[in-house]
Design a protein around this ligand. Structure first.
Ligand SMILES: [Zn+2]
Length: 199
């Protein structure tokens, strides 16, 4: 529709999640009319993310060092491990201040329709972490939707024989929803009221 560079920018923006063609066009023209210093800051932020952000070698949260800030924090408990789908879920749970254990980020949820199975997630890595017996409780905090429930059931069955307590966040979370959109109070309560899963 537009010439060269402008259309390339619109196309790239349109590839981002949640950005439709109309929004892509609006953002592109906003950038075109912005101060060049503002655009430079955006470019610098993108470059920095690409160059310096990676995944924590222990929990697969986003990190700027080999390990993320949470894994490096000696004040946090090694007894409780909270399993989530994405790094954004770690942020959501941290906001509640209810949890002082460690995390494990799966990198998604089991979804047969999308062709995502356990082998596509960091399940093997989770099992390796549980092997040394230091984790006494595993809290499964996958999203309260079909994929999240399927993943929770799968994990509960898998770790059942290892003898650690397995719990799932309590109800009160909107069913079919996304963890990151739950408000802090609801998510905090769900944490307190987590229930034991008997595999
Ligand atoms: Zn980490």
């Amino acid at each position: 529709m537009y010439e060269g560079a402008v259309q390339d920018l619109i196309d790239e923006l349109g590839r981002l999640p949640g950005v439709g063609p109309k929004s892509a066009q609006r953002i592109a023209f906003h950038l075109l009319s912005s101060e060049s210093a503002d655009v430079s800051r955006l470019v610098a932020a993108l470059t920095r993310v690409q160059e310096s952000v990676r995944f924590c070698v222990t929990c697969y949260n986003v990190a700027e060092a080999e390990q993320c800030r949470i894994c490096r924090d000696p004040r946090r408990s090694d007894d409780v491990l909270c399993v989530v789908e994405e790094p954004k879920d770690v942020v959501a749970i941290e906001r509640t201040r209810e949890f002082r254990g460690r995390y494990h980020v799966l990198g998604g949820a089991i979804s047969p329709i999308d062709g995502v199975g356990p082998d596509d997630l960091r399940v093997k890595e989770l099992m390796t972490r549980l092997m040394d017996g230091s984790v006494k409780e595993m809290i499964i905090a996958t999203d309260p939707n079909l994929e999240g429930e399927a993943t929770a059931a799968y994990l509960a069955r898998l770790v059942g024989p290892m003898g650690l307590a397995v719990s799932r966040l309590a109800s009160g979370l909107p069913v079919g929803g996304d963890l990151e959109y739950a408000d802090e109070v609801t998510l905090g309560r769900a944490f307190e009221g987590r229930r034991r899963i008997d595999a």
